[in-house]
Design a protein around this ligand. Sequence first.
Ligand SMILES: *Cc1c(COP(=O)(O)O)cnc(C)c1O
Length: 396
Amino acid sequence: MSNNPKFETQAIRTQSERTGNREHTAPLYLTSSFLFDDAEQMRAMFADEIPGNLYSRFSNPNTTELIDKVCLLEGAESGYATATGMAAVFTTLAALCSSGDHILACRSVFGSTHTVLTKLLPKWNITHSYVDIHETDSWAASIQPNTKLLFVETPSNPAVDILDLEWLGKFADEHGLILIVDNCFATPYLQQPIKFGAHLVLHSATKYMDGQGRVLGGLVVGKEELVDEVRLFARHSGPALSPFNAWILSKSIETLALRMDRHCSNALALAERLESHPDVELVKYPFLPSHPQYEVAKKQMRQGGGIVSIVVNGGVDRGREFLNQVKVASLTANLGDSRTIVTHPASTTHAKLTDDQRAEVGILPGLIRISVGLEHVDDIIADIEQALAASKPILA
Ligand SMILES: *Cc1c(COP(=O)(O)O)cnc(C)c1O
């Protein structure tokens, strides 16, 4: 590689060593363990005195290639790959926190992350406080003497709100907190939180990194000494990514930049079109000037991402009817896929919250989350427009 390879080149040319067969594409190492030359090598590898693959719960050439690639793309020192995005979230929080520690988290976190914070970690007396992403002035008051880390997502799911990463980096530094950013919605192609002071970046690789709805996967990358703790915890608790999924993901990332460019241009075109639609009360997209954090998004993101949130008039009923009327888009619990996906958070992922709790995280009754896919943009726009027309309530 050249001295200063660009994102696309790194995404394609970061590769594990090839075997004597001189294969062009990385071979798949479906093996649970690796051979040692002799007893001394075995002893030294177990003692961590020499590097090498020992057992695939610890490392495997396919997962190592994926980790090395994502570390380069995120500007991270070290990383570990997990079976799912949630394994990355849970393993990281469980590895870094001890009983009695406290976590500060933005309220608009991914649903299962919310369950980890509210239901799982309290089993070990690890507590949390939620902070409102629109009221960063009040965050310092929520810090306790035992607050260990700050966990955020930007853009947020599903309301695509944006947090200022530069501000977050300074805030974490000032208060001695470990800053963890779930970078799933942006991917390292659009935003690199480590540049702004994040200590760890988490991913659900299931989403844009695979990008084709095939495999689950997760990653945690960042500061070496923190990843070392995560790796120790993970190696012995066992959430390792399978070599097969790592192989898929490493290949997928070769086209991440291309795919993200198209996700973003399709999403922007759709968002612009829907802004003037009479049945759409609100369009939220980070690269629309009407987005409340447009300037921040422009500062820290290359493009606006592939998720557009809209609020249709007519509330929950209209939102659900809209879902019934789409013909191209899929109704499925995923995002970041080549196929456009629509969901109605108020009646599904966030149905258990009260209206007030939903409003706090920007989920209005008529909110539709559109994960804009890679179909032709004209067909995506036509499908959304016809679903809006077909779901129109009959006015009395
Ligand atoms: C999907 C998602 C996760 C969880 O990832 P899985 O691979 O489904 O376990 C975490 N954070 C965000 C923002 C997500 O969208």
